[in-house]
Structure formats: structure tokens, C-alpha cells
Design a protein around this ligand. Structure first.
Ligand code: CO8
Length: 257
């Protein structure tokens, strides 16, 4: 399938999506959203794909929602059309998605990275929620996911001032899982995704579901949910294989069932 704003390819068991609007620093417009949904959906029905990497260019992961597309919009139409609600679908993706971030990840770009399961950043990455400088606020989860990731003080600082934070500060704050030199960014993300894709897919999906639940529920409910998922994995062939392989000192051969 040909995309206008993305480059989409398969590398082994990993789906790689590259945002590709260099003239606008990968600003996220309605075509990007439509195409991202299509690319995600295609990878999700492909049994050969065990994980996805989402990246941008060296200069920008994404510099936010497309300001030129948004500027003329009026309240009545954004409200009636529930403008930007479509991005929620991306948060519901079931297969693990790693964001590999270089350069600017601002506004909707920072939020898109946070919709992924974890972020690996290049030393050049810059994160921020500058919407306040445009007379608006974050719209696809910035005020909620950033606050959960970095805590109230840092989230308020970033969202109220619109300032950017560099990769080192983002790692210290818990927003990103690793920071690497720019040349290593894609390899690091691909290696992590390849490792995930080599594991038993049911346990990977359940691990993602269990961690994600921590953001939605009480500790007691989350623990019960985790325990039920843990128990259910004993119904899989892969649990028998994984544990037998450990005892027999060999590599497991998972069948994803
Ligand atoms: N939208 C549209 N075009 C953009 C955007 C953007 N967000 N960011 C950059 N561009 C364009 C510029 O207009 C410019 O185009 P042109 O050459 O035609 O003038 C080109 O990209 C290059 O940009 P600059 O010349 O500005 O490059 P600099 O290196 O000087 O500056 C910056 C880079 C600092 C990233 C600067 O471009 C900038 O501040 N961009 C805007 C950042 C921003 O405010 N982002 C938040 C947008 S609002 C938002 O995201 C709302 C979130 C809720 C909805 C989410 C839905 C996805």
C-alpha cells in the first residue's frame, strides 16, 4: 500500500513506520492520522508481526499537530466532529509499539510518542507541550499521560511554560526508557522490538495489557487483573515450552499459542 505521509516496511517480525512529512517537521495532520491507523491495522492483522517501531526523521519525530490545518477551525465544527478523538484508537493498539525519537517531539508529537508503550530517545531529542504558546492546551493526552509519566511538578512546568526538555532531562524524569547516541537510535529500537517479537506473543500482549491497566485502575483491581492473566498463561503451549526449555538448558521455540 502506498502512503503519502508515512514510510512503512517490515523487517523480520517487526513493523517499522516512519513519519514522512519533512517539509513540515512531520506535523500531524488528518492524513497522517488516517494513514497511521491504516498502517497499524495492517500490522495488527499480520500474525508475523510481533512489535512495531514508530519513528520520524533525525530533525523531528513530530513537531506537533499541523498548526496550518488547525488555525481556521471553529468551535462548532471541532466539537461536532469530536476533532482529534481518532488518535485514541492508536492508544488502543494491542501489539507493543516503541517510539524511537530524534529531534523535536512537541505537542501532539510528544503525545504521539507517549501513546506508544515506551520511548527510546536520541541524545538530540527535545520534548515539550508548547500548545499554551498557541492559545490552546494539549489535546491527545498530554496533560494526563505526561503527568503520570513525570509527576505533577514537571508536567505543570512543561505545560504551563511551553518549554522544551532535552533527552537527559526526559530520561531523569522517567518519560523515556533509554537515551542513545543518534547513530544508534533506530538499531536500538529495532533490537528491542525484535527481542519482543521473538517472545511468546500471547504473553507479550498480556504483559502490555497488565502494565497499561496500572494507569486505569486501583492497585487492588490491577493486582487481581495481573494474577488472572498470569494464571491464564498456564493454558498456553508456550508456557510449557518456555519453562521446559529453561530446565533443559536450550532456547525455547514459541508457537504463539
Ligand atoms: N504545524 C505545521 N507546520 C509546522 C509545524 C507544525 N506544528 N512545526 C513546524 N512546521 C513547519 C514550519 O511552518 C516550517 O514550514 P515553512 O518552511 O513552510 O515555513 C517548517 O515546518 C520548518 O519549521 P521551522 O522553520 O519553524 O523550523 P525551526 O528549526 O526554526 O523551528 C520548531 C523548529 C521549534 C519545532 C518550530 O517549527 C516550532 O515551534 N513548531 C511548532 C511547535 C508547536 O507549537 N507544536 C504544537 C502544535 S499544537 C498541538 O500539537 C496540539 C496537540 C493536540 C492535538 C494533537 C493531534 C495530533
Amino acid at each position: 500500500m502506498a502512503y503519502e505521509t508515512l514510510l512503512v516496511e517490515t523487517r523480520g517480525n517487526v513493523g517499522l513506520i516512519t513519519l514522512n512529512r519533512p517539509q513540515a517537521l512531520n506535523a500531524l495532520n488528518s492524513t497522517v492520522l488516517k494513514e497511521l491507523k491504516q498502517a497499524y491495522a495492517a500490522f495488527h492483522i499480520d500474525d508475523g508481526i510481533g512489535a512495531i517501531v514508530l519513528t520520524g526523521s533525525e530533525r523531528a519525530f513530530a513537531a506537533g499537530a499541523d498548526i496550518k490545518e488547525m488555525q481556521p477551525l471553529e468551535f462548532a465544527e471541532v466539537y461536532k466532529n469530536d476533532f482529534i478523538s481518532g488518535w485514541d484508537e492508536i492508544a488502543k493498539a494491542r501489539k507493543p509499539i516503541i517510539a524511537a525519537v530524534s529531534g523535536f517531539a512537541l505537542g501532539g508529537g510528544c503525545e504521539l510518542a507517549m501513546l506508544c508503550d515506551f520511548i527510546i530517545a536520541s541524545e538530540t531529542a527535545k520534548f515539550g507541550q508548547p500548545e499554551i504558546t498557541l492559545g490552546v492546551i494539549p489535546g491527545i493526552g498530554g496533560s494526563q499521560r505526561l503527568t503520570r509519566a513525570v509527576g505533577k511538578a514537571k508536567a505543570m512546568d512543561l505545560i504551563l511554560t511551553g518549554r522544551m526538555m532535552d533527552a537527559a532531562e526526559a530520561e531523569r524524569s522517567g518519560l523515556v526508557s533509554r537515551v542513545v547516541v543518534p547513530e544508534r537510535l533506530l538499531d536500538e529500537a529495532m533490537e528491542a522490538a525484535t527481542k519482543i517479537a521473538s517472545l511468546s506473543h500471547p504473553s507479550v500482549l498480556m504483559a502490555k495489557e497488565a502494565v497499561s491497566r496500572a494507569f486505569e485502575t486501583t492497585l487492588e483491581e490491577g493486582l487481581r487483573f495481573e494474577r488472572r492473566l498470569f494464571q491464564s498463561l498456564f493454558a498456553t503451549e508456550d508456557q510449557k515450552e518456555g519453562m521446559a526449555a529453561f530446565i533443559e538448558k536450550r532456547k525455547p521455540v514459541f508457537k504463539n499459542r
